[in-house]
Structure formats: structure tokens, C-alpha cells
Design a protein around this ligand. Structure first.
Ligand code: AMP
Length: 195
């Protein structure tokens, strides 16, 4: 594993624990010698993760659609900023550049990004791990919803089980390093990262 994509809020959230967790995540990624891939913004938790990774001497790569460069305020200090044409291209490029996906507390954008790449993993489009930094139980209701999908017969248990829930960033990075992908939903061998 060389790089981790972080999805998180473009706001800070109300609880100061969210900012502390974002800072700890950036520091942990840099400390582990990994590249941070993220949405490229200077605002909210997104900016805080990037600032902490840069402060820790890490490489930070942002991916932002042209339309958002001014609105989300592209981070000026990144190792590299990819400016792309659409949100679709953003998610695709972030998924391509990263070896694992970690979601921190955030809003609709965070969940949208996380769900898309999780569904790609189910389909075998990639074989990369993903999980949540569950700060203060923020993702508890989502975890319950995912368990409900399994109970209701809409999600195979293996695809619920592939998600990692960690209390600390280092715990998430260790779980990512140990990850073995499930077989993809429609059969065949799991996709390789290069597929
Ligand atoms: P939020 O969690 O809503 O604060 O959004 C976090 C990040 O997700 C921001 O950089 C948003 O621009 C981004 N985002 C929102 N909607 C989408 C989408 N449909 N596809 C990709 N990124 C998105």
C-alpha cells in the first residue's frame, strides 16, 4: 500500500473531536510514509487532513473539478493538484490514485464518494479496502443501516464485512494492510488493482 484516499467533510462539524481526528489522520498517513489522496480543498476537515499530512512531511495529491477550484478553495500547498472536468472524473481519478479509502465524518459528498467506490469493490472493479474512522460513534447509524441491508437480503454479508471501522487512524492503516478482498458479486476472481 502506497497511498490512502481520505473522504471527509468540507465543513469542520460541531464537535472539535472531528478536527482532532482529521489532523491525526493526516499525521498518521504521512508518518507511515503513505501518499494522501483527497479532494484537494483547503476548507473544513479536508483542509485539515491535508495540512497535517504536509506538516508531517507527507506527499499530498488533490483532485478537484474545475468548477469547484474557487468555491471549495483549492489548497495552495499540495504536492500535486489534478484539475479535472467533472465530479465523475474526480471520483474516478481519486479511486485510481489510491490503494485504500478511509472516510472520516462528513456530509452527503463524503458518503456519496465512499458508497461509490464501495460498490465498485463489490463488483470487482477494484480490490482495494475501505473503512471508516468512527469518531465519537458518528458512523454507528450507517453501520446499522448496512446491517439492515444484510438482514433484508439486499447485501451479501461478505460486502458488509469488508468495511473496516476503526477508532484510530493507525488502526485503520493496519487493517488496510491486512485486507483480503471478497470474491466479486458476479463471480470470477477478485479484480487486481491494475484492472
Ligand atoms: P461534504 O461531505 O458534503 O462536505 O463533501 C465532501 C466533499 O465531497 C467535497 O469536496 C464535495 O465537493 C465532494 N462531493 C460532493 N458531492 C460529490 C459527488 N457527487 N461526487 C464527488 N464528490 C462530491
Amino acid at each position: 500500500m502506497n497511498s490512502v484516499c481520505v473522504y471527509c467533510g468540507s465543513a469542520f462539524g460541531r464537535d472539535p473531536a472531528y478536527l482532532a481526528a482529521a489532523t491525526a489522520t493526516g499525521a498518521a498517513i504521512a508518518g507511515a510514509g503513505l501518499t494522501l489522496v483527497y479532494g484537494g480543498a483547503r476548507v473544513g476537515l479536508m483542509g485539515a487532513v491535508a495540512d497535517a499530512a504536509l506538516a508531517g512531511g507527507g506527499r499530498v495529491v488533490g483532485v478537484m473539478p474545475r468548477d469547484l477550484v474557487d468555491r471549495e478553495i483549492a489548497h495552495p500547498g499540495l504536492s500535486k493538484l489534478h484539475i479535472v472536468n467533472s465530479m465523475h472524473e474526480r471520483k474516478w481519478r481519486m479511486a485510481e490514485l489510491a490503494d485504500a479509502f478511509l472516510s472520516l465524518p462528513g456530509g452527503a459528498g463524503t458518503l456519496e464518494e465512499m458508497f461509490e467506490q464501495w460498490t465498485w469493490a463489490q463488483l470487482g472493479f477494484h480490490a482495494k479496502p475501505s473503512g471508516f474512522l468512527d469518531v465519537g460513534g458518528y458512523f454507528g447509524p450507517l453501520r446499522e443501516m448496512i446491517a439492515r441491508m444484510v438482514d433484508a437480503g439486499f447485501l451479501a454479508p461478505a460486502y458488509a464485512d469488508m468495511l473496516i471501522y476503526a477508532a484510530e487512524p493507525d488502526e485503520a492503516l493496519e487493517a488496510f494492510a491486512r485486507y483480503t478482498p471478497p470474491a466479486p458479486k458476479w463471480g470470477g476472481p477478485p479484480a487486481r488493482d491494475s484492472d
